[in-house]
Design a protein around this ligand. Sequence first.
Ligand SMILES: C[S@@+](CC[C@H](N)C(=O)[O-])C[C@H]1O[C@@H](n2cnc3c(N)ncnc32)[C@H](O)[C@@H]1O
Length: 411
Amino acid sequence: MDEKSNRFRMIAKTIAGLEEVLAKELTDLGASGVKLVKRGVEFFGDKRLLYRANYLSRTALRILKPIAIFTAENEQQLYYEIGKINWSEFLDVDGTFSVDGVTTYSNITHSKFLALKTKDAIVDQFRNKFGRRPNVELENADLVVNVRIFRNECTVSIDSSGESLHKRGYRKATGPAPISEVLAAGMVLLTGWDKNSNFIDPMCGSGTIPIEAGLIARNIPAGYFRNDYCFMHWSDFDKELWESVVSDAKDAIVDFKGAIVGSDRSGRILTITKENVESAGLQNVITLRTSFFADLQPPEGEGILVMNPPYNERMKTEDIVDLYKSIGDTLKRRFAGYHAWIISANIEALKFVGLHPTRNIALNNGQLECKYSRFEIYEGSKKQMYAENNVEPEVIEEPIKKTGKRKRIVK
Ligand SMILES: C[S@@+](CC[C@H](N)C(=O)[O-])C[C@H]1O[C@@H](n2cnc3c(N)ncnc32)[C@H](O)[C@@H]1O
């Protein structure tokens, strides 16, 4: 920690593919020393930023505060180093804690074993000091310890969030294959939507994407519906500072006059969607419609369309091909002026949309590696559009390959 400025290092975890969006969010919130890491962002800030990042970041899954880094080539070294940390600084003997462990490319090979050994070292320190020990509680513990070993280098952090930040608290129920709120928010932010033009999700399912768009449009904090974060149980919790963070954020909520449409072919799912929209207080912002995409009439004007169609590895090939072909046809017929973004794990099916993507981003939806592709829909041919506007075709980013290299081609 930098004693003078009270700034310390933090790590925000996210979904693979959202690192840059998260880095921008954190920079906008006042982070310094921002650095992208695998599925996360390292940054520096003070306690206020720690609270703000938890409450306001839409693409962070959790915010960790590292407290020790050391080499752990074996179990004894790990136990010794964990024992050197003064745990009563972070946890009361009557409190509860849990340990989350992950190990990769290291001599200690099992994550569960890593967590268990860490827990033992913490418990033994309390027993030796007080003759008593805090209890382990897997859910809602007062202190969540995060221990990661990569190539025998161990980072011990305390988790300021607790329950993953994707659990916003507005979703009452879901349809099949809902996406994470963090992924949905990241997808909306990646479109660069101006928050004025139309926003449409024509296969909205339980409504995660339009709801996240609505929260973004109204500047409603991501944590608006959530009451608990782990940092509230820390001994240094500053209630006044937290309340000022919440009150400043609530003062910054704005009205939204544009149109956000969520639509789906299933009326049954839309009853769930309606509940979720109401629970997020966005019933005056989001219009829900029951419609097949092919029949959907967009509101007047241009806008952004974001779609999470079925990927259906299980669906018969002809069905999925027909679905993606009809998506392309409908976009061309009805959505001139739109930027359409489609996320899919079915890369073969995506080709049947029959339009050239102008951007491809690799994103993970749970365990599924997906492509998030942008299609710019124009009246007439693209060639004609380029000629009329006297513009050069854009550089296309190919998804990150397994080698970790980004291939760039110009079409
Ligand atoms: C993967 S789910 C979307 C999940 C959603 N993003 C969420 O978070 O709940 C795909 C949705 O597409 C809808 N769907 C499939 N084909 C459709 C079509 N031709 N027109 C409109 N909706 C369709 C399904 O009913 C389903 O709700």
